[in-house]
Design a protein. Structure first.
Length: 363
C-alpha cells in the first residue's frame, strides 16, 4: 500500500474513501484466502450471490461461497479496477472488476502453471453503528483461462455457449451503482466524474445495459477504433473504423458482445487534464488473459500486462460531463509490479510507468 495515501487523496467524499479501503481489504483477504478476517467486513446476515458457488445467506457460509477450493498455490495475485461507489442515507452500492493470477511452480522454479480468471463485483453496504459493512456480495465470473483443473470440480465455470456464461448474479439495470443510488450524497470532483464516464460505459457494455452508454455519450460522440481488429471470423485481418453520434457509437459497442460469453473492460486511471468545461483523460486497459505471444513464467507472472490506451475527450454540458471522443491505441507492454499490490491505479497514479509509456507511444 505504498501509494495508497496519495491515491485515496484523489477521491472526494469520506464514504467513498472508507468503502474503497473496505473493498481493498476484502480483496486482500480473498487473495490470501483469509475467511476469518473477511467475515469481519460483513453483516451477520450478509447475502452472498457468487456465480461459481451459488446463493448463500449469512456470513457463516462465507467459506462455502468464496474460499479457494483447490490445492495450495505458490503464487496468488489479485488486482482490481473500475472502482465505483455511491451512497445515500446509510446505504451504498459499490462495483469493481477483479483479475486473478494463481499458479503453482514446477520443480525447476522457472516453469509455472497458472489459472487466470476475472470477474465483477457489485456489492451493497450498510452503515452499522458508524461502520460500513457489506450486506450483499454479488460476483459474476467473466472469464477463465489456463489450468482450470484447480477448481473445475468445485466451481461452476464459464459456459461459452451462452451470454454471461452462467446465470447472472448482477443485473445492471437494477443493481449498477447509478441505478441503485441515482443521487449520491457525496458530490464528485470533476476528475472523478470524467474518469467514471468510461467505468459507466464499460459497466453498460459488458453487462448489456446500453442505456448506461447512452447516458455517458454526448450527442456528437466520435469513436476512432481504426487500430482495433474487427475479430470477424470470415475476415480475420479486417479492422474497425470510426463512428459518429450516439446511434453509431452504441451500435458499435453492441456489435462486440457476440465475441465472447462475457466481456471485461478493465481500465485504470492514468492522467487527466481539465480546462474549464473540457477535459482529456488517459486510461489504460489491462487484460491478464490477452498476452499474445508472451508466456507466463516465474518472472513474467509478476508483470502487469497493458493492452490498450484510451484517450478520452469530455465536455461539460448543463453541468454534466459527457464523453465527446474516444480514441483506441493497442499496445502490449508488461510492467513489473509488486505481487502484494491490489490496485494498479494506485501504482500508476503519478507514477513513472505512465510517464515512460506516454513517452514511448508519442502521445
Amino acid at each position: 500500500m505504498n501509494n495508497i495515501v496519495n491515491y485515496l487523496a484523489f477521491y472526494s467524499g469520506e464514504n467513498r474513501k472508507q468503502i474503497f479501503n473496505l473493498f481493498y481489504n476484502f480483496s486482500k483477504y480473498w487473495r490470501d484466502n483469509d475467511m476469518v478476517k473477511m467475515a469481519s467486513l460483513l453483516t451477520d446476515n450478509c447475502i452472498l450471490d457468487i456465480s461459481m458457488t451459488g446463493h448463500f445467506q449469512g456470513k457463516k457460509f462465507l467459506s462455502q461461497a468464496l474460499s479457494w477450493p483447490g490445492q495450495n498455490m505458490d503464487i496468488r495475485i489479485l488486482n482490481f479496477s473500475n472502482f465505483v461507489c455511491r451512497s445515500h442515507n446509510g446505504i451504498a452500492q459499490q462495483s469493481a472488476y477483479t483479475q486473478h493470477k494463481y499458479a503453482v511452480k514446477d520443480n525447476d522454479e522457472m516453469t509455472v502453471h497458472p489459472f487466470i480468471f476475472g470477474g465483477q463485483f457489485c456489492n451493497t453496504l450498510e452503515k452499522v453503528n458508524g461502520t460500513w459493512l457489506f450486506s450483499h456480495i454479488r460476483f459474476d465470473l467473466m472469464y477463465e483461462y489456463g489450468n482450470n483443473s484447480f477448481v473445475k470440480d468445485n466451481w461452476n465455470l464459464i459456459d461459452y455457449t451462452k451470454f454471461y456464461g452462467h446465470q447472472p448474479m448482477i443485473n445492471p439495470e437494477i443493481e449498477s451503482p447509478w441505478r441503485h443510488i441515482p443521487v449520491d450524497d457525496e458530490p464528485q470532483s470533476d476528475e472523478e466524474q470524467v474518469f467514471e464516464l468510461e467505468f459507466k460505459n464499460n459497466f453498460g457494455m459488458d453487462g448489456g445495459d446500453f442505456s448506461l452508454c447512452h447516458e455517458v455519450f454526448s450527442d456528437d460522440i466520435f469513436l476512432d477504433y481504426t487500430s482495433h481488429k474487427n475479430m470477424n471470423k470470415s475476415d480475420p485481418l479486417s479492422i474497425d473504423g470510426t463512428y459518429s453520434g450516439r446511434k453509431e457509437a452504441v451500435n458499435f459497442f453492441k456489435s462486440k458482445q457476440h465475441k465472447e460469453a462475457r466481456l471485461q473492460h478493465t481500465t485504470s486511471m492514468a492522467e487527466i487534464q481539465i480546462e474549464g468545461n473540457t477535459a482529456r483523460a488517459y486510461m489504460i486497459r489491462s487484460e491478464f488473459n490477452r498476452i499474445k505471444n508472451f508466456i507466463y513464467n516465474a518472472e513474467t507472472i509478476f508483470h502487469h500486462p497493458l493492452t490498450a490506451i484510451h484517450v478520452i475527450d469530455a465536455q461539460k454540458e448543463n453541468g454534466l460531463w459527457k464523453m465527446k471522443e474516444m480514441r483506441y491505441y493497442p499496445i502490449i507492454h508488461l510492467v513489473s509490479t509488486s505481487p502484494s499490490g491490489l490496485c494498479f491505479d494506485e501504482m500508476l497514479c503519478l507514477n513513472k510507468h505512465w510517464k515512460n509509456l506516454k513517452k514511448e507511444l508519442h502521445i
